[in-house]
Design a protein around this ligand. Structure first.
Ligand code: G
Ligand code: G
Ligand code: MN
Ligand code: NA
Length: 250
């Protein structure tokens, strides 16, 4: 397929690059970290979203090389951010299957000089479906390096509470579908409250995604949610724009 050929060329010429969306502390309001969201600047189609090309990358096996390139770029950029702002990188479940994820992560940290504590890896519930001992061992090994693990899109997968006991992680990201309009929707409120309470009980950081309004923000803060991310604060931006934003906040 044409898109596959073009994606191979994009990979070879290293034109894919992460944009960064800030995460804000709900007590205090400072930026605690940024999520890397990969973008493909395409000569004819403009900025192609990962929703379009990550599935192609997964089908064609290109996801490992693309994932490694994004991880390297994100660590390199984050190493130059001020303070101890962390960077969160999304991982495809397929990156756990090939067996060199540990080496890829260690290389990216070593080449960039980014302290492991400033790297977060976002995984989704689909990874945990398999209950694979290899996946569990890799997650433990990553954490032993000092890297943190976040559960992305929480609540949308084939959620089973049992995996919360077998898998080590540091953060729950509440999916934006529950956050949207949470300030005036009783069902969404019940779900988000339950997730916050679960996260508190487990002693993990709770992040709300897709926050778009002050009303959502105020509701989440009052409920004790720790962090928020969304268009209310900023969309994903190129690294130089993000740096301007971080420098302005001092
Ligand atoms: O940035 P937003 O446009 O449209 O991202 C769409 C989806 O793509 C999100 O679910 C996000 O998690 C995923 N995504 C963004 N960047 C990466 C990446 O580098 N690797 C993987 N595996 N997924 C990514
Ligand atoms: O699956 P993941 O959580 O990694 O996906 C992040 C996606 O959500 C990206 O596509 C990003 O552009 C998008 N996003 C981030 N903030 C908002 C928001 O406030 N509103 C909406 N509608 N999308 C958002
Ligand atoms: Mn994510
Ligand atoms: Na998400």
């Amino acid at each position: 397929r044409k898109i596959e050929t073009e994606l191979r060329a994009a990979l070879r010429h290293e034109v894919l690059r992460p944009y960064y969306q800030p995460l804000i502390a709900l007590s205090g309001g400072g930026v605690t970290g940024c999520e890397a969201l990969v973008r493909w600047p395409h000569p004819e189609r403009g900025m192609v979203s990962p929703g379009e090309f990550i599935p192609v990358a997964e089908d064609t096996g290109l996801i490992n090389a693309i994932g490694a390139q994004v991880l390297r770029a994100a660590c390199r950029d984050a190493a130059r951010w001020p303070g101890d702002i962390s960077v969160a990188v999304n991982l495809s479940p397929l990156q756990f299957r090939v067996g060199n994820l540990m080496a890829t992560v260690m290389d990216a940290l070593k080449q960039s000089g980014l302290p492991p504590r400033r790297l977060e890896l976002e995984i989704t519930e689909t990874l945990l479906l398999e209950k694979s001992s290899q996946v569990i061992a890799t997650l433990h090994a990553l954490r032993a390096l000092g890297v943190r693990i976040s559960m992305d899109d929480f609540g949308t997968g084939y959620s089973s509470l049992s995996y919360l006991r077998s898998f080590p992680f540091d953060k729950i990201k509440i999916d934006q579908s529950f956050v949207r309009g949470v300030s005036d929707n009783r069902e969404a409120q019940a779900i988000v409250r339950a997730i916050i309470s679960l996260g508190m009980g487990l002693g993990v950081t709770i992040t709300a995604e897709g926050v778009e309004t002050e009303a959502e923000l105020n509701w989440l803060r009052a409920e004790g949610c720790h962090e928020a991310q969304g268009f209310l604060f900023s969309p994903a931006r190129p690294n130089d724009e993000l740096r301007d934003l971080l420098d302005r906040q001092g």
